[in-house]
Design a protein around this ligand. Structure first.
Ligand code: SPD
Length: 282
């Protein structure tokens, strides 16, 4: 077994690290994919040296990204996930029995392969669920080619806006996501840290408000990400329906959540930092 050491994401003069060792490191056509074993959070995944997920911490991120959208959309029969190759987002979506079809489009097949091999608890049963359909390909092109009004919920689970994920933060992509949403639909994306990626975060929320009409960030924690303070932004065209969780859907998933609850969600939307609220309104 390799000597344990520190595995760090270095960002803007700060190191965000876990004690552990690297199990597998491979270069895909898109990025360096690393699987690590950590002392505190179990096995984890990094892409190009940036933290993506870890077994004993992933619930913070995936529950926050999925449940406001799946509890707020008018209907949830057809769900599209762009990115999310570790399977955590698909797993949380499929906990909702109203989901009949879940299409996931992940650009990097190596992320899927290594997650299935080393992080099986992330995807859980998603990989063999008959409702689940995986496309290994470009999610931006997939959204551009999808039919108008074809999904009830569109969720973007990408990495930071550099490399393969850069196009997941621009107007053309968001416009396609709005176009492919059915009436009463909800769009969700991870929207970076209000501290470590302040400008990207503000620009993303403002752009989503322009494109959809309604968009609000929700704040929580992902301890190993830069600053540990993270955000997810939800958007809709017919009002902020993502803020109103449908009681029957809450009842069906709440007991199985570690972080998310209807109450937690309300607080997390309200926990907008004053300086971000001012910047969004300026
Ligand atoms: N800075 C990290 C942003 C990563 C967002 N996606 C994580 C993938 C987890 N499914």
């Amino acid at each position: 077994m390799p000597e344990p050491g520190w595995i760090d994401e270095i960002f803007d003069g700060v190191r965000y690290g876990l004690e552990g060792h690297v199990i597998s490191e491979q270069q895909s056509p898109f990025q360096r994919v690393s699987i690590i074993e950590s002392k505190r959070y179990g096995k984890g995944l990094l892409l190009d040296g940036c933290w993506m997920t870890a077994e004993h911490q992933e619930r913070h991120y995936h529950e926050s990204l999925v449940h406001p959208a799946l509890c707020g959309a008018e209907a949830i029969e057809r769900v599209l996930v762009i990115g999310g190759g570790d399977g955590g987002t698909a797993r949380e979506c499929l906990r909702h029995s109203g989901v009949q079809e879940l299409h996931m489009v992940e650009i990097d097949g190596l992320v899927v392969e290594l997650s299935q091999q080393h992080l099986p608890s992330l995807g859980g049963g998603c990989w063999t669920d008959p409702r689940f359909q995986l496309t290994v390909g470009d999610g931006i092109a997939f959204a551009a080619n999808a039919a108008d009004a074809s999904y009830n919920v569109v969720i973007v689970d990408g990495s930071d806006p550099a490399g393969p994920a850069e196009g997941l933060f621009n107007r053309a992509f968001f416009e396609n996501c709005r176009r492919i949403l059915k009436p009463g639909g909800v769009f969700a994306t991870q929207s970076e840290s209000p501290e470590a990626f302040r400008k990207v975060h503000i620009d993303t929320v403002k752009l989503l408000r322009e494109v959809f009409g309604y968009a609000d960030p929700m704040y929580g924690w992902v301890p190993m990400y830069p600053s540990g303070w993270w955000s997810w932004t939800f958007a809709a065209v017919d009002g902020p329906r993502y803020r109103q969780a449908k009681p029957e859907r809450v009842a069906s998933i709440a007991a199985g959540c570690e972080i998310w609850s209807d109450r937690w969600q309300r607080g997390a939307f309200d926990a907008i930092p004053a300086n971000i609220e001012r910047a969004l309104n300026s």
